[in-house]
Design a protein around this ligand. Structure first.
Ligand code: GDP
Ligand code: MG
Length: 734
């Protein structure tokens, strides 16, 4: 059995290739963090039995983040027989950096030169045969997403000659001298190079007698003094020089050296001033599509359908003359809850679809880039925004993805704020309340919830950073993949997977929850007798008693009936069950099931706009569902921090709901007018300030100086140097 590891930069196409090589269906993403843990599969090959391992992306073997350590350690500890190094051909220089590091080891390597379709589209060419000669390893040109060259790659893996040794890559004499100096003691060129580059951090890979260790350290410090630049930059710079030499030999650029389409689009979409409002506008459009007239129209039609369908079943069951409690269970418990939740599937599907399109086209990476600039002002890492983006779907994977962050502090802070980001499961709550009370304007209300979530998350992060943790400047460079036309298959798969998750959850966890909720709300003691309650009597039920008991606590934030209180509580099981519970508890006249539209009338009867708004805010900000709470505990790894976070969330939810409830007593139109005017004024103010500051600093771009700056940034990024602010070029030195 041969173990083959896929190693390459983030976004180089590892998972796409993994799926092609193994025939599996792992989710492909366009931002870091999608492949958090390694996956293993079997190569589609009749000849040999081969394990394929998909590892998280890395830029370099000198790493900091937890996620990257998994992959780097894999190489350093030689846990595989063969490396398939995926090199993004549209980004050769940066990708070859890792390739060179891998080649410094003696592990067998095949290079899969991916994304050749992009190279061809740009009318460029890469002489891969020559590259293969220069590096001394097989180079196979492929296009993973277009399924080109896969069989050739499989064949190369099958026929790889393990007996052939390759010449190590040699650097300039002064560098070689140092490597040899170290190697006298370490006696392993690869480890000596790691020691050269990573310094004392690499010591744990070296076992030496005390005397030798002393001598090694002595020569290390001596070597340190012989260079003017930082010693840890010496080898990366030499490597880069060599890479640039090679690339010039093999890479034929197109005659017309223009700015790529991607760069042209980015000039607008990631513009310093307009980038953020454009992002805002795009998100606004997303919510307009999902929760605006179109979404409402589709939902109404869909709800009508499931309503008829469920009624048919209920009438069928009733006509069999079943016992009253069975009929109540089916009508109120099962269908009452389910119909209320499932009715929101169309709106969610639209939301998922549009987000998948944005993700697949490469825009989401830009969104993170834009937010990075904003977050940086607050001393936060822009990388935190990626977990937050994932959190729009679900907090659980979002929390897992915090492992891509470089330092523990950012990781914890991000985990603590993710619950404030409005996850997909909260959307039905807004859908039903906004739909019932705000009519055609409901998408604005829904949008405001998402914005509120982000604002509270960012403010909390700043607060945590200032109080709980010591300050450390986060350093992060964001890679922007080329824009691509989203593929139908990928988009549909994302949408389908998320919608399916939603349906499966409705059919399992939520269904069980609804039955339990039904039991505790439709049974109770009346006149000392425990029995099934009619719809008018459910106030006597067990949940009714609990709800009434704690209702006073919620009075200040506008809750007036126990049903709302109970619904909020059941949200801790799963946020979707809030709507389902309302569906069960507002059961009308026995045989009528609750769907979105019918729930509207119950909500119109029981909530004012201010109360509804306060309810949504509390559902948004208070403790997330049990799955997210568990994930949070796992990531925080500290009971103290964990309990603090839970208390903090309750406190914030209560506080904000309280404030919102008071404010929304003022008519909505006035508030929106004030809000928009206020935002516009602030925005214009910052824009003018920016324009004044930027005066005289304009630059046509693309000059060689910037090119050099860019290379420096790349090199530094690879070394993750904490002390320099590498993002100078982008954040305008702020
Ligand atoms: P990973 O982060 O290395 O696992 O990369 P993924 O497999 O998730 O791919 C990142 C993005 O690159 C996805 O949007 C893929 O569809 C896209 N991609 C992968 N291979 C190719 C290719 O050969 N050509 C093009 N144009 N896009 C590709
Ligand atoms: Mg991946």
């Amino acid at each position: 059995m041969i173990n083959v590891a896929l190693i390459g930069n983030p976004n180089s196409g590892k998972t796409t290739l993994y799926n092609e090589l193994t025939g599996s269906n792992q989710s492909v993403g366009n931002w870091p963090g999608v492949t958090v843990e390694k996956k293993t599969g079997t190569l589609r090959s009749k000849r040999i039995k081969t394990n394929i391992i998909d590892l998280p992306g890395i830029y370099s073997l000198s790493t900091i983040s937890l996620e990257e350590e998994i992959a780097a350690n894999y190489v350093i500890n030689k846990k595989m027989d063969l490396i398939v190094n995926i090199v993004d051909a549209s980004n050769l220089e940066r990708n070859l950096f890792l390739t060179f590091q891998l080649l410094e080891s003696d592990i067998p390597i095949i290079i899969a030169l991916n994304a050749m379709d992009i190279v061809e589209k740009k009318k460029e060419s890469i002489n891969y045969n020559h590259l293969s000669k220069l590096l001394g390893v097989p180079v196979v040109p492929i296009s993973a997403s277009k399924k080109i060259g896969i069989n050739r790659l499989i064949k190369t893996i099958e026929t790889y000659d393990y007996s052939k040794k390759r010449e190590p890559i040699k650097y300039d004499d002064d560098i070689e001298k140092i490597i040899n100096d170290f190697d006298k003691y370490i006696k392993n060129r690869f480890v000596s190079i790691r020691f050269f580059e990573d310094g004392l951090k690499a010591l744990d890979k070296i076992t030496l007698a005390k005397e030798d260790l002393k001598d090694l350290l002595f020569s290390f410090y001596k070597a340190n003094e012989s260079f003017e630049i930082d010693f840890d930059m010496v080898l990366p710079n030499a490597r880069y020089e060599k890479i640039i030499g090679y690339v010039n030999e093999i890479h034929k650029k197109s005659e017309i050296q223009g700015i790529s389409d991607s760069d042209k689009i980015d000039r607008v979409l990631t513009h310093k001033i307009f980038g953020l409002p454009i992002f805002g506008a795009i998100m606004f459009l997303v919510f307009f599509l999902a929760f605006g007239p179109i979404g409402i129209f589709i939902t109404d039609a869909f709800v009508g359908l499931i309503n008829d369908f469920f009624n048919l079943i209920i009438n069928g069951i009733n006509s069999l003359g079943v016992a009253p409690y069975v009929s109540s269970l089916i009508a109120n418990g099962v269908f009452g809850g389910l119909a209320a939740v499932v009715g929101f599937l169309p709106q969610l599907a639209i939301l998922f679809l549009v987000l998948a399109l944005l993700e697949d086209s490469g825009y989401m990476a830009r969104a993170a880039f834009i937010m990075d600039r904003l977050l940086r002002r607050f001393g936060l890492s822009g990388k935190s925004f990626i977990p937050m983006l994932i959190g729009f779907g679900c907090s659980v994977p979002a929390m897992a993805s915090t492992r891509t962050l470089d330092n523990d502090e950012d990781r914890k802070i991000t985990t603590m704020i993710i619950p404030f980001v409005s996850c997909g499961a909260k959307a039905p709550i807004y859908g039903v309340f906004a739909g019932a009370l705000f009519g055609p304007r409901s998408f604005i209300v829904v949008f405001s919830m998402y914005i509120l979530g982000i604002i509270v998350a960012i403010l909390s992060a700043v607060l945590f950073k200032k109080t709980l943790f010591k300050r450390a400047q986060a350093n992060y460079i964001m890679e922007l993949p080329e824009y691509r036309r989203p593929t139908l298959k990928n988009t549909m798969r994302h949408t389908w997977e998320r919608s399916k998750d939603f349906l499966v959850k409705a059919g399992t966890v939520l269904l069980a929850a609804f039955i339990i909720i039904w039991f505790f709300s439709y049974f109770g003691f009346v006149n000392g007798q425990f029995r099934l309650l009619s719809n008018d009597e459910i106030g006597y039920s067990i949940l009714g008693a609990i709800g009434k008991f704690i209702l006073p606590l919620f009075k200040p934030i506008g809750f007036t009936d126990w049903q709302a209180t109970v619904a909020i509580l059941t949200g801790f099981i799963a946020k979707e069950s809030v709507v389902g519970t309302l569906g069960i508890l507002y059961g009308v006249n026995g045989n009528v099931i609750q769907n979105g539209t019918l729930l509207y009338s119950s909500i119109q009867a029981n909530f004012t706009t201010a109360q509804a708004y306060s309810f949504m805010v509390f559902a948004l900000l208070s403790i997330p569902c049990i799955a997210a709470v568990t994930a949070m505990k796992n990531e925080l790894k500290s009971w103290k921090l964990f309990s603090f976070t839970l208390l903090y969330e309750i406190f914030v939810a209560y506080l904000v709901s309280f404030i919102v409830y008071r404010i929304v007593q003022v008519p909505l139109e006035d508030i929106l007018t004030y809000l928009f005017t206020f935002t516009a004024i602030i925005f214009v103010f910052f824009m003018i300030r920016k324009i004044i500051k930027n005066k005289g600093k304009t630059c046509g771009g693309n000059c060689s100086k910037c090119g050099e700056e860019k290379r420096r940034i790349i090199t530094q990024n690879i070394k993750y140097k904490e002390k320099n602010n590498v993002d100078k070029g982008d954040s305008n030195g702020e």
